[in-house]
Design a protein around this ligand. Sequence first.
Ligand SMILES: [Mn+2]
Length: 302
Amino acid sequence: MNKIRLMGAPTDVGASRRGASMGPAALRVADLGQALAQLGLEVRDSGDLAGPANPQLPPVQGLRHLEQVVQWNQTVFEAVGDALRQEELPLLMGGDHALAIGSIAAVARHCRQQGKELRVLWLDAHADANTDASSPTGNIHGMPVACLLGVGPQALTGIGGQAPALLPQQICQIGIRSVDREEKRHLRELGVRVYDMRHIDEHGMRLTMEQALSGVGPQTHLHVSFDVDFLDSALAPGVGTAVPGGPTYREAQLCMEMIADTGRLASLEVMELNPACDVRNQTAELVVDLVESLFGKSTLIR
Ligand SMILES: [Mn+2]
């Protein structure tokens, strides 16, 4: 796949802090499309998807803005599914991370239909495996992993027409360093493979990525769910829920380069970029730099 379809999902209905709705604009200002085109890729920006505004309401039965989150996810599900059917690589520009439910549900359905082996790499500071019962806030951007694995409101777990959309062995998480107490239990029960920051400290990014990518082969569809708060907060201030102690610039580059080396990247979302928290768009520019590496930009001819 050397055709890329950029699509924006300008919403923060699933987030705690406002501003991720401006993520797609910041990535365009940082010339994401142009940067990918310069790598020889055919890039089409299909513009922004539309959905309900953020009503800024309190949670209802442990879930905040469920109706709006469902609507946005259905739209994302359709758009990502459409790109895949047209043999374009969908690059979803978020938007908050709750939209990964619709995006990954579409990718999972595509893989079932095409007989591909789906592997999801979840790059994040947080595990995003809360439920309505465990979440301290009710914000659904803290729940997409649980929803994709079949735990959550039916309106979200069933979006791809099959619940669960994903099996635990199809996802692994990298960079995790902030997990709520109940969430730790969920991760253990769900059986999600987690390479937390301690793992990266002890074994380095190279071995971590070798482990995360082991078994990736010609039939693999590799999906990357890139929450920008994966990056160390000193490097990437432009996120709503920054956490210190994340991967350095070099570690993040190596992570992206090793994914590119597999040649199996087939769908991507870049989530939680929050220009309201950024400094002179530096986080968006850093993200563009990293996404270039993810699509194979390297220092030397390899
Ligand atoms: Mn996240």
